[in-house]
Design a protein around this ligand. Sequence first.
Ligand code: ADP
Length: 540
Amino acid sequence: MIPGLMQDVPLLTTAILTHAETAHGRVEIVSRTVEGRIHRYDYAGLAARTRRLARALRDLGVKSGDRVASLAWNTHRHLELFYAVPGLGAVLNTVNPRLFDDQIVYVLEHAESTVLFYDRTFQPLVERLAHRFTTVKTFVLLSDADSHDPCAVGALNYETLIGAQSDAAFPWPSFDENAGAFLCYTSGTTGDPKGVLYSHRAVVIHAIAAGLASAFGLTAFDVVMPCSSLYHATAWGLPFICPINGCKLVLPAEKMDPASLQELIIGEGVTFSGGVPTIWTMYLDWLAQNGQDVGQLKRVIIGGSAVPRAMAETFKVKHGVQVLQIWGMTETCPLGVVATPTPSIAALGEDQVDDIIWTRQGRLQFGIELKIVAEDGTEAPRDGETSGALMVRGPWTIKRYFRKEEDALLDADGWFDTGDIATLDEHGFMRITDRAKDVIKTGGEWISSIDLENIAVACPGVKIAAVVGIPHPKWEERPLLVIETHEGRTVTRDEVLDYLRPRIVKWWMPDEVVFAAVPLTATGKIDKKTLRAAWSGHLI
Ligand code: ADP
């Protein structure tokens, strides 16, 4: 080979910030604060405050490679940490505050974070656990200077800290684009949380790709409100995708309840949002109850768990909003596939397009390869029928977990097993049928818990439907359906079964329907482990 003769500029996250400041400097960033105010500035303002923060971090002794942790909501201050920490070559460990105490301690200790930035909301949590954080030397409270109260951990105040610094030009260091930038832990529903260390290179190319028309299709005309958490796989990369494309950014802090979201959707002219299905279930209910519309909202990306068809339909038919289902995971930065139309499916007619888009997780995107491996280890045909283990590969897919260097994660050809069971079809659309550990194995056949839930949730009065396989003396496992109803609604077991009967094959019929609150995990998904444990003896 002969070397190419183009500039060797590393792909670093600071390049995104610098671009946003120069190309879209006056584009607004609106953030709720934890104090309940609305904070407004623009990309130039973000860049200026990030420079102050970078200087403050240096004064605190943060060096290249160090880990700095955050326990924070979707706010402008958290966004500043997103740029300042990796910009110095250090790593931002975004801790999920919904984990259990022991898991939070595990994450901070495992990451060996030296500084912890936290929102006021987490003051009790930090005071309760601080004595167990052996590596944290400095605590910083993300709050207004005038609302800083003395606390047991002697935290510094964020505004005072950065207020003492200059926002003059800052010599952002240049370094290898493969350096670690963000350390995100999986929610650890099985075993300890595992650390996924995103490199600058992965973050930047993931953000370029996710903005493409085949994926999120964002432009400078969009007003984007991320309702997935900044601490969960960097809010699907939106903090990078938006500044690249010059989108106005609206940050809702922790206020994901429908009325608070609506205030920003209408008030700020939000055109594009994204979050897990639970948020949108509540939002659509609230719209119906209050007879409100969605303002300028045009598109919503939904992922994290399967999008109920009824949700996509209500968004489209009642509100003219296009739902784009996405699939991804912490291990893929997180974007894998996005359900956008193609000419080949458009030719099948609008009903078909809706059907495909609403019932598939998405289609192949450049930068992440997918394949399905059948039980016998061979690659499954792309026929939309044959299901198997979903494997992925590409420049923003994990290679190894952080500080688990001894565990080989990939197969000989570099594929990562996602733990999901899926099909791929001739149009390049992927459909998740289950998580490998949630699939219901009954009499040698498999039942997709996701498919059953999707149908059951459309039954009138049902808010959440969860299906788990529980031990059965004859069939190994049989499905049990747990229903949480909408507030004030009563639904009977027979109504649910009558609803299901014409819509599913007979052997898929749940052996039991129970009515209970459905527990959710730290990332807002149905907590099947807890459900299985709670109901395991029910059919014996
Ligand atoms: P955690 O496992 O920590 O909750 P992740 O975001 O990493 O968080 O979870 C990734 C998993 O979520 C995927 O492997 C898949 O099982 C599930 N998932 C994500 N998006 C979808 C979707 N659109 N439909 C069905 N399952 C999904």
